[in-house]
Design a protein around this ligand. Structure first.
Ligand code: Q46
Ligand code: ZN
Ligand code: ZN
Length: 322
C-alpha cells in the first residue's frame, strides 16, 4: 500500500522524509502555509498592516513567496531587477509581469542596462574585475533598499529558502566569516531610518517543497537558473548538503535551526555609524557608497533621484503613494 497522508489518511502525494511525514495535496498546502506562518510569527517578521515589497526574479521561490504572502492576507507589491542577460532576463521579467497582472498587484522594474548607460550585469562585472554575482548582489541590495524606502515600503521580503540559507551558512562557517554570520538571520532589522527591514519568510521550507507548491498551485515560473550562477560555490555547498540529506534526512534544517537557536548568542550585529553618501545621499559607512563607486568605475551616470524613468511601474496600483 502507498503512503497515507498524516492528516487525513487519504492517499499521500508528497513524502517529506525530514519530517517523517507524507501529505495529500490539500494537507501539503496547509503544511507549507503553516511553515511560512510559523516563520513570520517566530521571527516577528511582519505585522498584519505592513506594506511589503517583495523582490522577484521570475523563479519559483520569489513567486511562491508572493503567492503565499497574498494567500495569508498580507499586502505585497513586487520589484524586478532586469540584469540584461539576454533571453533569460526577458523571460523572467515576463513571468513576473504575468504573475502580478493575474493577482492585480503592482510590479515595479529597474533595468541595469538602462541605469548604467547600456551595461549588462556581465559587462559591468567585467569592467569592475569582480565576479558577476558579487557585483550583482551589491547592486541589487542597494536597489532593493533604495526603491522600497523611497516608495514607502517598510519591509523587503526575499525568497531565500532552507537550502539557500543552509548552503550560505555552510560557506560562512567554513570561511569563519563572522561578519556574514551575524547577518545570516531571517530578519535583518533596520539600523537607520533610510534602511528598511529585510525578511526571509521561506527559510523553513526547502527548494523541493517550494517547487512542489508552485506546481500544485499552477504558479508559472522560469525553470532556467541564472546563466551566471554556473560554477558558483553556493551550488557546490548545496550539492554537498543534498548528499548528506539523502543519507540523513533533516541534516539541512538541523544545521540551520541549530545555528538560529544557539548561534544567536554568539553573533550580534555590531552597531555601525552610517552617514549620507556624498553622491546619492543613501546611508553608508563610506564617504561614497559602494553602489556609487561602482557606477563611477564603469563610467555610468548613476542617479541622485529615482524620479523620472529609473523605476517603472508595470502592473496594478501600488499600495503606497511614494
Ligand atoms: S542573479 Fe545575480 Fe544571482 Fe545571477 S548574477 Fe549571480 S547573483 S546568479 S541570485
Ligand atoms: Zn490529507
Ligand atoms: Zn551613493
Amino acid at each position: 500500500m502507498g503512503a497515507l497522508c498524516k492528516k487525513c489518511r487519504g492517499k499521500a502525494q508528497v513524502k517529506l522524509p525530514r519530517h517523517n511525514a507524507s501529505f495529500c495535496q490539500a494537507h501539503f498546502k496547509e503544511y507549507f502555509l503553516n511553515q511560512v506562518k510559523k516563520a513570520i510569527k517566530k521571527e516577528k517578521m511582519l505585522s498584519p498592516e505592513e506594506k511589503v515589497l517583495i523582490t522577484v526574479s521570475g523563479g519559483k521561490d520569489s513567486l511562491v513567496l508572493w503567492d503565499v504572502l497574498l494567500a495569508l492576507g498580507y499586502e505585497v507589491d513586487g520589484l524586478y531587477i532586469h540584469l540584461g542577460i539576454g533571453e533569460y532576463s526577458e523571460h523572467s521579467e515576463e513571468k513576473c509581469i504575468d504573475f502580478a497582472a493575474s493577482r492585480n498587484v503592482a510590479l515595479f522594474t529597474v533595468s541595469i542596462p538602462e541605469i548604467t548607460g547600456g551595461n549588462s550585469i556581465k559587462e559591468a562585472s567585467r569592467k569592475l574585475r569582480r565576479k558577476a554575482c558579487a557585483a550583482c548582489g551589491m547592486i541589487k541590495r542597494y536597489l532593493f533598499n533604495r526603491v522600497s524606502w523611497e516608495k514607502g515600503y517598510g519591509v523587503v521580503a526575499t525568497g531565500h529558502n532552507l537550502d539557500d540559507e543552509a548552503a550560505t551558512l555552510l560557506g560562512n562557517l567554513i570561511g569563519w566569516k563572522e561578519d556574514y554570520l551575524s547577518r545570516q538571520f531571517p530578519v535583518m532589522p533596520s539600523n537607520h531610518p533610510q534602511m528598511v527591514r529585510k525578511i526571509k519568510p521561506l527559510y523553513r521550507v526547502t527548494e523541493k517543497e517550494t517547487a512542489i507548491y508552485a506546481i500544485m498551485n499552477g504558479i508559472d515560473y522560469i525553470y532556467e537558473e541564472c546563466p551566471l550562477a554556473k560554477g558558483a560555490r553556493s551550488t557546490v555547498y548545496k550539492n554537498a548538503l543534498n548528499y548528506l540529506e539523502q543519507h540523513s534526512p533533516g541534516t539541512k534544517h538541523q544545521l540551520l535551526y541549530n545555528f538560529l537557536q544557539k548561534g544567536r548568542g554568539y553573533f550580534h550585529q555590531e552597531h555601525v555609524e552610517l552617514q549620507a553618501c556624498s553622491s546619492c545621499s543613501q546611508p553608508t559607512t563610506l564617504e561614497t557608497c559602494a553602489f556609487c563607486q561602482i557606477m563611477d568605475k564603469i563610467g555610468a551616470p548613476g542617479f541622485t533621484t529615482l524620479e523620472g524613468d529609473v523605476v517603472k511601474q508595470k502592473t496594478g496600483q501600488p499600495l503606497t503613494q511614494g
